[in-house]
Design a protein around this ligand. Sequence first.
Ligand code: KG4
Ligand code: ZN
Length: 340
Amino acid sequence: MEKENIYILGIESSCDDTSTAVLCNDKILSNVVADQKIHAEYGGVVPELASRAHQQNIVPVVHQALEKAGVNKDQLSAIAFTRGPGLMGSLLVGTSFAKSLAYGLHIPLIDVNHMQAHILAHFIDEDDHAKPPFPFLAMTISGGHTQIVKVSNHFEMEVIGETIDDAVGEAYDKSGKVLGLGYPAGPEIDRRAQLGNPKAYKFTKPKVDGLNFSFSGLKTAILYFVQRETKANANFVEENLNDICASIQYTIIGILMDKLKLAVKQTSIKHIAIGGGVSANSGIRKALKDGEQKFGWTTYIPKLEYTTDNAAMIAIVGYLKFLKKDFSDFDVMATARLKI
Ligand code: KG4
Ligand code: ZN
């Protein structure tokens, strides 16, 4: 007998993107993201505005995802949603919506940890993407997270290193702000870094024990550096922007790679998967690829649309939990500080 297809609707609303996806087994049929432009005006995500925008977006994005997938809501096998971590007001919108929809359709509800989802996005079935073998190391780098996780199987994960202050994406965005760049500044710094000299200016790397990271000192160092240099030359930033961006990027990549090398040494695991918005960075991708030659790593880089915040990654975790019949009670609560 042929196995029945499993259709999962995934809902992600942990930060400033309202996203829904429909998946058939481990294949994505649709992945719709409504990002919220409004935050650019404020130079960062404003939680109250984010939750209001989620409320406006959620019904249309669910309709769009179902329509694009060509799936009727009565065909759905379960609803998976992001329980946490994230902004409470934002999480509540997705959580309440997922509960009412699952309840109304009489189908299981599946809660998903957003950080696990960034990692399990690698298990979405794609022709040109190899799935990492267990055990592997996952480095999750975004505007909200910086973690190195030892992944022993789909649901056995251990955080072996994380930031003690800012996330790496915040380091990019806050440095960009000092340089007068728009928000988010990561892509612009990356673009300019490719045109500049990475060794033009030297910023010291933080000294943090073990596999943990710290990025708040770098932002302050850049601020003082810019203040000092503009005192001597008011046009310093404009005249040297590409070199400054290249030097910042060089420092950030150095910090990430040092810790990754240490993690590989400590665990003897050489399969490395990355995720999160910062993994779009050209320099980081290159450093990881170079490491394949230099250190014998194998790296796994997902498609960009599955690496920034998206519901496809929530849906794939929903699918993997569905196979284990790991369903949630309807009194499950959104949890802002949910741990892996
Ligand atoms: O995963 P994401 O879309 O949202 C969360 O923060 O969860 O990541 C957004 C972050 C921002 O900080 C943005 O500046 C950074 O990813 N980013 C980049 C690049 N593209 C996006 N940082 C460096 N280089 C890039 N090419
Ligand atoms: Zn994220």
